[in-house]
Design a protein around this ligand. Structure first.
Ligand SMILES: [Zn+2]
Length: 396
């Protein structure tokens, strides 16, 4: 039987839908119709009607960068790499529910090991319960001794990169490659260094394309970012444009090229950005300048939290979103960046991320109007996951 969810307003792509549209009719997990309550009831008199006075209905949020199998501790991937399967599954299940509580009905997982996240994605609800829609990259490709080598995705040569992608393509939704070094691997290249040549990154992009897969690349440093742009990588994660400790660059040629070819920046501003910005004054930790610069150059920005790595959490996407408000981004575009816009950039525009007949019924019902106060999204009143509505408590 259909259910009609009624709020005070509907928000799609960061805009209030016009003409008094205030209701979404849902049937068998999908949106059947969007419009005015009376019309939707007339079209399906047998439908049950759930009214939420004072609330807004938005698409479910999309967190574009998480690691469901990381436990956020200082040794965040230890359980994943050496724990018993039951322990790893428990970590993933707990994190997935935290994502849902925060209103994230879709997450893009950018790195685990041993195929755990893909199996969780595919498990039936009886086994692992309600969970967000998951895009899984599997083990990130990296060089020997490089960033996150212990996740099992080592590929040093063109042949090894193709072989790794051949294997990954059986279960992965996209390919992740560590184009530069990182912070959580003590040895190996620094975050500013490149790990792969432009040619090898291009091998990854071309070979992934054979399977219809996109490539997300980890790159903090300016050098690896520029190589990713030259290679046509689809999303550049972190994308901090750093050339050394305390240094941030702005390469205008590269950023224009990035925008022109449609490579997106996968921002991973931590939820605690405000605290960090208060205590650290080096440019390396001045969040935002690069985001404004990329946005002014028409680069598409995805919002993610890198949840799972040390010091992060899975239920705080909205705190990361507040940085954009502080930078002067309109609330409408911030909301679009975590809903409709993100779905389109991630290739999910025909499946989720909007209030449109035919899409999955992934919705948030929030108290108030997030276009007046982004905080309205922080603790959703109801989270509708493929048509079924849950309260926060039910997702604890
Ligand atoms: Zn990450």
């Amino acid at each position: 039987m259909a259910t009609i969810f009624v709020g005070d307003r509907l928000i799609s792509a960061g805009q209030i839908l016009p003409d008094g549209q205030d209701a979404v009719r849902v049937s068998r997990g999908r949106i059947e119709a969007v419009g005015r309550t009376a019309e939707l009831i007339a079209g399906a008199p047998e439908a049950s009607v759930s009214r939420f006075a004072g609330c807004s209905i938005t698409p479910g949020l999309i967190n574009s960068h998480v690691h469901l199998a990381g436990d956020c501790s200082t040794s965040s991937f230890t359980t994943l790499c050496s724990g018993a399967p039951d322990e790893v599954r428990a970590v993933i299940r707990r994190n997935a529910r935290a994502c849902l509580r925060a209103g994230c009905t879709t997450v893009r997982d950018l790195g685990d090991a041993r195929g755990y996240v893909a199996r969780f994605r595919d498990a039936t609800a009886d086994v692992d319960g309600v969970r967000p829609r998951i895009l899984s990259a599997g083990s990130p490709l990296t060089i020997s001794g490089g960033h996150c080598w212990y996740l099992g995705g080592i590929a040093d040569t063109a042949t090894e990169i193709r072989d790794a992608i051949d294997r990954a393509a059986e279960t992965a939704d996209l390919i992740k490659i560590m184009a530069g070094g990182g912070y959580v691997t003590s040895e190996g290249p620094t975050p500013f260094d490149a790990q792969y040549s432009t040619e090898l990154l291009r091998v990854a992009v071309d070979h992934a394309a054979h399977y219809g897969l996109t490539v997300a690349a980890h790159a903090h440093g300016t050098e690896p970012i520029v190589r990713c742009i030259e290679a046509g990588v689809h999303t550049i994660e972190h994308c901090g444009w750093r050339s050394g400790p305390g240094k941030r660059d702005q390469n205008d040629w590269a950023v224009r090229q990035m925008a022109q070819q449609g490579s997106a920046a996968g921002d991973t501003t931590p939820a605690v950005w405000r605290k960090i910005a208060e205590h650290v004054t080096t440019p390396e930790y001045q969040y935002g300048g690069q985001l404004t610069w990329m946005a002014e150059n028409d680069v598409t920005i995805l919002v993610g939290t890198d949840s799972g790595v040390p010091g992060t959490a899975f239920d705080q996407l909205t705190l990361s979103m507040e940085l954009y408000e502080e930078l002067g981004f309109p609330r409408s575009s911030i909301i679009d960046m975590v809903t409709t816009g993100a779905a389109q950039t991630l290739g999910l525009g025909d499946e989720t991320g909007d209030l449109r007949a035919g899409l999955a019924a992934d919705l948030l019902i929030v108290t108030g109007n997030p276009l007046d106060d982004l905080g309205a999204l922080h603790r959703p009143h109801r989270i509708v996951v493929r048509g079924t509505a849950y309260s926060q408590d039910e997702l604890d």
